[in-house]
Design a protein around this ligand. Structure first.
Ligand SMILES: Cc1ncc(CO)c(N)n1
Length: 231
């Protein structure tokens, strides 16, 4: 193991969670959308689809984080998740001011964009789990949103991109600051899942795997310019 601290090679329950998605994560890194970000071949319309859908995603993700905070018994977790919810909204706004402006997408067009099937399915799953799941399951469901992006950000930063716009996107998630934040969520998850019985742990893992699948699907939907097949 080359990295001592950080979010790789973790022990404990979160380490187990990561090992359960290693094959999904490999498929994420190999996806043509992510390959295209770093070799510069990603068509602009796919990136545009991604950013428009991500703005919609982030609004709902912020709500799921806020619910995670409300559901926590721990005051510092409440503060942390609410800060992250604020952060997600700030990123959503910066997408409008940054990437969408840069891509020539007018605010009205962005606001008139409906959630694609995968965006709706993914955010519905997050919000359902955040409201109806047990608290540890909520943590399992939100964790890949942080962790996969952080690992993807670091890996893509190593690969680099010849396209300045794509490099800017990579830098959003590949920085040290995001890594520190993710580590705090990992530590919280390990603490909250300590003492769960095997059936409870299995449910946390199931939520973790489901979200990880949706992460792959989210990039895949942008790659395919996914829309509703009817209506
Ligand atoms: C789909 C998706 N997952 C995770 C993140 C990171 O917050 C994001 N911006 N978008």
């Amino acid at each position: 193991m080359t990295e001592v601290a950080g979010t790789t090679g973790r022990e404990g329950f979160t380490g187990e969670l990561w090992r359960s998605i290693e094959s999904i994560y490999r498929e994420v890194l190999d996806h043509p959308f992510l390959r295209g970000l770093t070799d510069g071949t990603l068509p602009e319309e796919c990136f545009r689809h991604y950013v428009l859908q991500d703005a919609l995603y982030l609004r709902e993700y912020a709500r799921a984080l806020s619910l995670a905070g409300v559901r926590s018994r721990d005051e510092s977790a409440l503060v942390m998740f609410d800060e992250h919810a604020v952060g997600a909204i700030a990123v959503e706004r910066s997408l409008h001011e940054g990437f969408l402006k840069d891509l020539g997408v007018a605010r009205e067009e962005a606001e008139g964009t409906a959630a694609a099937p995968t965006t709706l399915a993914y955010t519905s799953f997050l919000l359902r789990t955040a409201t109806l799941g047990d608290y540890p399951e909520v943590l399992g469901a939100v964790l890949p949103c942080y962790w996969i992006y952080e690992r993807v950000g670091k890996t893509l930063r190593e690969r680099g991109s010849p396209t300045p716009r794509y490099q800017r996107w990579i830098d959003t998630y590949g920085g040290e600051e995001f890594g520190t934040l993710v580590e705090a969520v990992l530590d919280l998850t390990d603490g909250a899942c300590d003492g769960l019985n095997p059936a409870q742990r299995a449910r946390v893992m199931e939520a973790f795997v489901t979200t990880s699948r949706y992460e792959w699907m989210f990039w895949d939907a942008a790659w395919k310019l996914e829309g509703w097949p009817v209506g």
